[in-house]
Ligand binder design. Structure first.
Ligand SMILES: [Zn+2]
Ligand SMILES: [Zn+2]
Length: 262
């Protein structure tokens, strides 16, 4: 069983690497992935390409899809007056957020496996949950769209060996045939954010990021890709840079959205 899972994972990785570098083969690569058997990462049921099974997909995405009306901009649940208390105070510079699920159980388990457990192949499984909604956004957008991952900090890169946002963006790029560009960089390093309060995070992140080759962004719709959106401070800071560089619009594309109460 363990040996089988290992060879499945190696086959998926090898096939993905070969096909990702041949643009005309993207669709074939996806079809091929669907023929490779794997296991649902939550319940271990046999599934194509180790995607989530139907039941686990619903358990992970259910609250986002059916949990009540959401803010059109930041994807938080609206308050009882039909407004978004977060956007009222922050005036976001991004235009919308597409999130696959709320950051709580069982989706949080998958995020931990992906990041702390360094299971980078989960990027494809999790990013796949975003595809139907991104296809709708893509169809409603005219003009060039590019994917831009949020860069990881150096300590996180050293610890994990990969940038989670980069792996998600790579999968979305293959599936949606959209270009993917590493134009964002960290202009300085800061300590971990998770111990800070919302206001402290917001203030610290303002000067954390920079932009290279900004001329190439002029007139483009930019989808900023990250794993989890918590306060929106990172997305807001990079949206400011991207809009200053002439982007037509900026949308956050994340696996998980942290509910306001956490
Ligand atoms: Zn399952
Ligand atoms: Zn909002």
């Amino acid at each position: 069983m363990g040996h089988q899972a290992c060879s499945d994972a190696m086959l998926i990785h090898f096939t993905g690497f070969i096909m990702a570098h041949c643009l005309p083969w993207r669709d074939l690569w996806h079809e091929l992935m669907m023929c490779v058997p794997g296991n649902c990462p939550l319940c271990l049921a046999r599934t194509p390409a180790a995607w989530l099974c139907e039941g686990c997909s619903q358990a992970v995405c259910g609250s986002m899809l059916f949990g009540g009306p959401r803010c059109q901009v930041c994807a938080l649940l609206l308050d009882r007056f039909g407004g978004c208390s977060d956007c009222r105070h922050k005036a976001p510079e991004f235009h919308s957020v597409v999130a696959a699920f709320d950051y709580h159980f069982p989706g949080s388990v998958l995020i931990r496996q992906f990041k702390q457990g360094r299971r980078y192949l989960l990027a494809a499984t999790l990013a796949e949950l975003l595809i139907p909604r991104l296809q709708r956004l893509q169809a409603a957008t005219s003009g060039a769209t590019i994917l831009v991952p949020v860069p990881a900090s150096l300590p996180a890169l050293r610890q994990r060996g990969f940038n989670p946002a980069g792996e998600i963006a790579r999968h979305l790029s293959r599936r949606l045939s959209l270009p993917y560009r590493n134009v964002l960089f960290r202009s300085k390093e800061a300590g971990p954010q998770k111990l800070l309060g919302r206001r402290q995070r917001y203030e610290r992140v303002q000067s954390l990021y920079g932009l290279r080759n900004s001329a190439s962004l002029s007139g483009c719709h930019v989808w900023v890709v990250d794993d989890v959106l918590t306060t929106g401070s990172t997305l807001n800071a990079v949206s400011h840079l991207l809009m200053q560089a002439g982007a037509a619009s900026v949308h956050g594309v994340v696996l998980a959205r942290t509910p306001l109460s956490l």
